[in-house]
Design a protein around this ligand. Structure first.
Ligand code: PLP
Length: 423
């Protein structure tokens, strides 16, 4: 990260800059050239990520900065529509008023309030686990768990398509690393056999994979884990709150809640969408994370308003399974209508519905044309997904109406025909 003088030099402003520029002008100019070249390479490779600016609350209907109103949004992880739920917003305001803007501290120094402990207890109860620990994000939870848990004597076996934060978390630990082919149980078994020589084996997988909308074969993973005496870790960012009869996640959906040892998940998607992440599992593990996990030890506590949002989202989910259930019918409607229209939708039964197009340019042009028709979707291409597997990822939310979904399918059909993706 660039700091202090370097930042001022790059921006070319601020007091006393003349002297600083004289002192390190060459280095700053070199850096600027290098950064500009790198940025040009990204543009040239067609992988530049631009950001659209939303001028309204997050929800199925958006207003974009610069005028676009009434845009139908199909690209947020707002699976249950709780990001703008009135009770969630009210809970945030109440927490803000009662507990303040923030803690100005890490948890173990001066940063734990009663609401943090209440939320951790609620998360553990929701997942039927012994305890839970909050992080500023699930990225942090993933960055902090492997290093704290595993040593040189241990092994971690990771699906090759796991989320970047799991990959980074594993990089930080000293354990022996095995990468098994995506959801390939033969390969996992071979790697587990090889890993028998290590003290402890941990299989790590996303519960649901965000690029393909496919769900990890947890039953089979847990059977192999039992056979080879391994533990199972799942990242439930794209499952918590809506997969399974009560929205507990992939482990509930596949009937293995008692077989998965560790769950990491986010508060920044279905559970209110504000921010935050957590680990839930055996109490001694959570106790150890509080002592050793670096993103927990050295980063600020979650702000009260954020805690308030997640806490209310969990209350709503634990009161009734109606919200969790509301997802499935909408997803089914979109998937079956798109398939009938002639599109290939990757994955199965998951609100992440990747419309497979193959060609990167086609995905980009179609996504742009969808927005011209008031439908906000995003095209993904290499390096985010493998070459030749470009797609437009559609994400269904429980608060999309049937009419919203039908409008989306109609627009896809028109745009698909126009650009040759459909006959
Ligand atoms: N794990 C998975 C599978 C994700 O999709 C994401 C977010 O994109 C994360 C972890 C990180 O979650 P957070 O946004 O809470 O850092």
């Amino acid at each position: 990260m660039l700091r202090g003088a370097a930042v001022r030099l790059l921006r070319g402003g601020g007091g006393g800059v003349g002297t600083l520029r004289a002192a390190s002008g060459t280095a700053a100019a070199q850096l600027r050239r290098r950064l500009e070249n790198e940025l040009e390479d990204i543009r040239g490779a067609g992988t530049w990520k631009s950001e659209r600016i939303i001028a309204s609350r997050q929800g199925p209907h958006l207003r974009l900065d610069g005028g676009g109103a009434g845009i139908l949004n199909f690209c947020a992880n707002n699976y249950l529509g709780l990001s703008s739920h009135p009770e969630v917003i009210r809970a945030a305001v109440e927490a803000l008023e009662k507990f303040g803007a923030g803690l100005s501290s890490v948890r173990f120094i001066c940063g734990t309030q009663s609401i943090h402990k209440d939320l951790e207890e609620k998360i553990a109860r929701f997942h039927q686990r012994e305890d839970a620990i909050l992080y500023a994000s699930c990225f942090d939870a993933n960055a902090g768990i492997f290093e704290a848990l595993l040593t040189l004597e241990d092994a971690v076996l990771s699906d090759e398509l796991n989320h970047a934060s799991i990959i980074d978390g594993i990089r930080l630990c000293k354990a022996n690393k095995y990468r098994y082919k995506h959801m390939d149980m033969q390969d996992l078994e071979a790697k587990l056999q090889d890993a028998q020589k290590h003290r402890l084996r941990l299989v790590a997988t996303d519960g649901a994979f965000s690029m393909d909308g496919d769900i990890a074969p947890l039953k089979e993973i847990c059977q192999l884990a039992q056979k080879y005496d391994a533990l199972v870790f799942i990242d439930e960012c794209h499952a918590t709150g809506f997969l399974g009869p009560n929205g507990r996640g992939t482990d509930e959906l596949l009937g293995v809640m008692d077989k998965v040892t560790i769950i990491n998940s986010t508060l920044g998607k279905a559970l209110g969408g504000a921010a935050g992440g957590y680990t839930t599992g055996p109490k001694p593990l959570i106790d150890l994370l509080r002592q050793r996990s670096r993103p927990y030890l050295f980063s600020n506590s979650l702000p009260p308003a954020v805690v308030g949002c997640a806490s209310k989202a969990l209350d709503l989910l634990m009161e009734s399974n109606a919200i969790a259930q509301s997802m499935a019918a909408k997803t089914q409607r979109f998937r079956s209508k798109m398939t009938a229209a002639g599109f290939t939708i990757s994955g199965k039964d998951h609100p992440i519905c990747p419309v497979m197009l193959g060609d990167a340019r086609l995905a980009a042009v179609m996504a742009e044309d969808m927005l011209n028709r008031g439908i906000y979707v995003i095209g993904f291409s290499y390096p985010v997904v493998p070459k030749g597997k470009a797609r437009i990822r559609v994400q269904i939310s429980a608060v999309h109406s049937d009419e919203d979904i039908d409008r989306c399918v109609e627009a896809f059909t028109e745009v698909g025909r126009k650009h040759g993706a459909l006959p």
